[in-house]
Design a protein around this ligand. Structure first.
Ligand code: NAD
Length: 542
């Protein structure tokens, strides 16, 4: 069927729009925001060609104005999850047999739809559903998602192109088959791009998918579904079910055709998933691929030679953008005694200058945290810090959930390097700082490495090359994404493949060929041109 070795368009990163005052993109996104804010949408489950409304609905509201309802979505029952699995398996052969360039075209088209006609809508939906500022929505829902789709298409062709050696008598080929069964994608609330990429990357490699989005992201997931449909993803290839995560997952684990899970979310959920899969291992036709990117306790370490303004800006942006709800967000920092007085003054000044409120007002740097559970958890850690003798809140510390789930950006300074908020992922706008003695640089690096079970991101700021080299070596297992003189957030697809090890996940690096390789099962084909007709080798003699 193949009539050529096709080249895909060279992937380039989508430029980030400015949304400056009076820019056309600012006008477009605010129009989309107002329209979506005033509509009430109703989101069904998408199973095969059907839209399933169960009547068992939940409201969707914005974290920054939780009484304002923007729509409802329908919860699936067990039978719907079983139906989603059956529809996926039904769609499997046609999808797996479709030539790769047809699949590539669908996802390249999806990228262009986001870059153009859907951009304002997907950004506005992300501002409403996840309370992202326009800049955070743009770099996530538009740019990162476009990059995931374009780069993964290119990486897919690199993988297909990777072939073994042959000689004149034998032709060896590697065929990158999709997994035998279906892939289960379970996605977090905090990145619209991740929500789309987890099902899309597996589908791009020829797999069929059952996708369960986060309850807190359904509003922006709906736009992803619309885009996939318009781009031409066939019915049954990506089936979407909402609802009770445990019930949906248990139904998936019970299927003999469960072939892999593409998960991003918290560490305890991922460990639970691993356990369930292990317990059911005798059920499966194939060993399920388990890919999970999970939590972090990401660090910033400043060497005495670092530029204090750069360190403080790294903290202000790295810890507080999107209210610290990035898996990569800095949440513990180590500052040398000699720098502390100045760093403290600058940091308090920065944090006090942050404006907090609705993302509709572009002057706000901080908005609300995702839901009441997160708000209450953060408030309890802040309250505890107010009581503890080894902790001091130097700025922030207030919270209010009357209208939205607003937590003031908060900086805790602790004299105990193992204080609870130095070790535990809080996933909110709370930064904890430990001030170390300048002479204890090597000990501090050891402390950074040993303080938390995670190993996702981390940054070192230093003007001394020897210190940079020492930290790079000492912290080699402490972060899957390591930054030198930069904040530990903002990884770009195609530039800094993302993922962490230890408790932070399987480190399969989203947005890279390493991740796509998990969604194929290669078959080696050896073809011999002149085939032996006598078993006797020459060494046997006459
Ligand atoms: P979460 O773990 O609460 O939810 C993630 C998904 O898992 C949701 O779809 C949820 O419904 C589902 N889920 C919940 N319980 C489940 C269960 N028992 N079995 C199967 N699925 C279940 O996470 P969240 O609050 O949406 O996202 C924040 C977390 O995600 C943070 O820990 C953050 O660090 C992590 N994260 C990691 C990365 C990364 O690349 N490492 C990226 C983004 C987010």
């Amino acid at each position: 069927m193949l009539k050529g070795f096709f080249h895909v368009p060279k992937a380039v990163n989508e430029p980030v729009k400015s949304y400056a005052p009076n820019s056309p993109e600012k006008k477009a996104v605010l129009e989309a925001y107002t329209k979506m804010w005033n509509e009430k949408i109703d989101v069904p489950n998408y199973i095969g060609s059907e839209e399933i409304r169960t009547g068992n609905t939940r409201n969707m509201s914005a974290p920054h104005d939780h009484k304002h309802i923007v729509g409802t979505y329908h919860l699936a029952e067990k039978k719907h999850v079983e139906q989603a699995i059956a529809n996926a398996l039904e769609a499997k052969d046609a999808w797996a047999n479709l030539a790769w360039e047809q699949r590539a075209a669908i996802f390249l088209k999806a990228a262009e739809l986001i870059a153009g006609p859907y951009r304002a809508r997907i950004n506005a939906a992300t501002m409403i559903a996840q309370s992202k500022t326009i800049y955070q929505a743009e770099i996530d829902a538009s740019c990162e998602l476009i990059d995931f789709l374009r780069f993964n298409v290119e990486f897919m062709t690199q993988i297909y192109n990777d072939q073994p050696k042959s000689d004149s008598s034998v032709w060896n080929r590697l065929e990158y088959r999709p997994l035998e069964g279906f892939v289960y994608a379970v996605t977090p609330f905090n990145f619209t791009a991740i929500a789309a990429n987890l099902p899309a990357s597996a589908a791009m490699m020829g797999n069929v998918v059952v996708w369960k989005p986060s309850d807190s992201q359904v509003f922006s997931a709906k736009i992803i579904i619309d885009i996939f449909k318009e781009a031409g993803v066939p019915d049954g290839v990506i089936n979407v079910v909402f609802g009770d995560a445990q019930m949906v997952s248990d139904t998936v684990y019970a299927s003999p055709d469960f072939a892999g899970i593409h998960f991003t979310g918290s560490t305890h959920v991922f460990k639970d998933i691993f356990k369930h899969i292990g317990n059911n291992i005798h059920t499966y036709k194939t060993y399920p691929r388990i890919v999970g990117e999970t939590g972090g306790k990401d660090f910033i370490v400043a060497h005495p030679t670092a530029n204090v303004k750069q360190v403080v800006t790294g903290i202000s942006r790295g810890a507080f953008e999107f209210q610290g709800q990035k898996c990569s967000a800095a949440s513990r920092a180590y500052i040398p005694q000699s720098m502390w007085a100045e760093a403290k003054e600058l940091l308090i000044k920065d944090v006090k200058s942050f404006k907090m409120g609705s993302p509709e007002d572009f002057g706000n740097f901080i908005t609300a945290v995702i839901h009441e559970g997160s708000f209450d958890k953060l408030a309890s850690f802040i309250d505890q810090a107010k009581k503890d003798s080894d902790a001091e809140i130097i700025v922030g510390g207030n919270y209010d959930k009357s209208k939205g789930y607003f937590i003031e950006p908060t900086v805790i300074v602790t004299t105990n390097p193992k204080y609870a908020t130095m070790e535990t992922e809080l996933f909110g706008p709370v930064m904890t700082i430990y001030v170390y003695e300048d002479a204890k640089w090597a000990e501090t690096l050891k402390l950074v490495d040993e303080t938390s079970p995670y190993a996702l991101t981390g940054a070192i700021f230093s003007g001394d090359r020897y210190a940079i080299a020492e930290a790079t070596e000492a912290l080699k297992n402490a972060a899957g994404n390591f930054y030198i003189n930069d904040k530990p957030t903002g990884a770009v697809v195609g530039m800094q493949p993302f993922g962490g090890a230890r408790a932070s996940g399987t480190n399969d690096k989203a947005g890279s060929p390493l991740n796509l390789l998990r969604w194929v099962s290669p078959r080696t084909i050896k073809e011999t041109f002149v085939t032996a007709e006598d078993y006797r080798y020459p060494f046997l003699g006459e």
